[in-house]
Design a protein. Structure first.
Length: 358
């Protein structure tokens, strides 16, 4: 390591726009802190909870170690102002944000940035695979476990007795948990929706429009059990659901990511605000590096950015490949002979578009 240090960013960030709620400034808030006020939702995006019980408190966020792992110690200035405009429009209009872009451009990190800066608790994460259904996001019911836990009856063949409380076998999924009546909107990350079955985007339309869903297993109980205590995706204390109906008080901040592997139907896109995260420029790369490694760095870090940008332009590299290289450089991997460091950097910057090295 060289004894000298360098600062990657010299020019200050431009001031935020007056109407922004989310400012990409790296602020961290706990739900117990005085929180930035959120503007009221438009009349057509206001919802009334299904019960008269007080709204739920936001759970404590993930600990600072977990946030630092995802964002670095001070993630700020990593987004273009045009992108921050659309993010704030989605927050104000209470509409899902559909984020597209190449892998490694920070799509998933965006949900964690919003939650940390606005004090909206832990991010509820729903990773999508080809077999994902709407029910997976809303809730899970372990019917087999409930039958197995029923006590043996007094009959000669040991028939099962009355079934246990149904609420013990219900768990709200990330989408279902986000639609509980929280005091402030939760942040829900629906990750890589383009991997889903063709029907899932259309299945989400009613949920996005109405902000509610029903748990049929509870509705069938009728007046015999109006309230049920069910687990949530937060894995904290259970919550009470009445009459099998869950309806939000504040529509969640929904961040949907897509790698552009498929097109979504117009009806789905109409309900979302869309933004594309392009390949990061020099300023954004510098901000990402400083968020993880601090502001005083080996001068050789700055020398990596320009050659990386030259190869980044065709979408064949991802920003985390540069972060991996910086980590090895700061740990002494570049202190040996230049030929070894060049070979290692070539291996780290292997093209994602082909199997050939860059």
């Amino acid at each position: 390591m060289s004894g000298e240090t360098t600062h990657l960013r010299e020019a200050p960030l431009p001031p935020p726009r007056s109407w922004w709620v989310f400012r990409d400034n790296g602020a961290r808030h706990l739900p117990s802190d005085p929180l930035p006020p959120l503007p009221p939702a438009p009349p057509w995006r206001r919802f009334r909870p299904a019960t008269d019980t007080p709204p739920l408190d936001i759970p404590v966020p993930a600990d600072s170690w977990d946030v630092d792992r995802k964002l670095g110690s001070h993630r700020a200035g990593t987004l273009d102002r045009a992108v921050v405009d659309v993010i704030n429009a989605a927050i104000q209009l209470r509409r899902p944000l559909l984020v597209s872009g190449q892998p490694g451009t920070g799509k998933s990190s965006l949900a964690h940035q919003i939650a940390a800066e606005l004090g909206l608790g832990r991010v509820l994460w729903w990773p999508i695979v080809s077999r994902s259904t709407l029910r997976d996001g809303l809730y899970d019911y372990d019917a087999i476990g409930r039958v197995q836990d029923a006590p043996a009856g007094p009959g000669p063949r040991g028939e099962r007795g009355p079934l246990p409380d149904v609420g013990r076998y219900l768990t709200l999924g990330p989408l279902g948990t986000a639609l509980l009546p929280w005091k402030r909107p939760r942040v829900l990350l629906i990750d890589e929706l383009d991997k889903s079955d063709i029907d899932l985007p259309n299945d989400l339309l009613h949920i996005f429009e109405e902000g509610e869903f029903r748990i049929r297993e509870l509705e069938r109980l009728g007046s015999s059990l109006r309230e049920a205590s069910v687990a949530t995706a937060d894995h904290d204390a259970p919550v009470v659901v009445r009459d099998g109906r869950v309806r939000c008080a504040e529509f969640p901040v929904v961040v949907i990511t897509s790698n552009g592997e498929r097109a979504f139907p117009p009806a789905f896109r109409r309900r979302c605000l869309e933004v594309e995260l392009g390949a990061p420029d020099e300023r954004r790369l510098a901000a990402m590096i400083e968020s993880h490694f601090g502001t005083e760095l080996d001068p050789r870090v700055a020398e990596l950015i320009q050659p990386f940008l030259q190869q980044l332009g065709d979408g064949s590299l991802a920003a985390d490949q540069l972060l991996n290289t910086v980590h090895l450089l700061t740990n002494g991997a570049a202190d040996s002979d230049e030929a070894s460091w060049t070979r290692l950097r070539t291996a780290l910057w292997r093209s994602l578009a082909t199997d050939a090295p860059p």
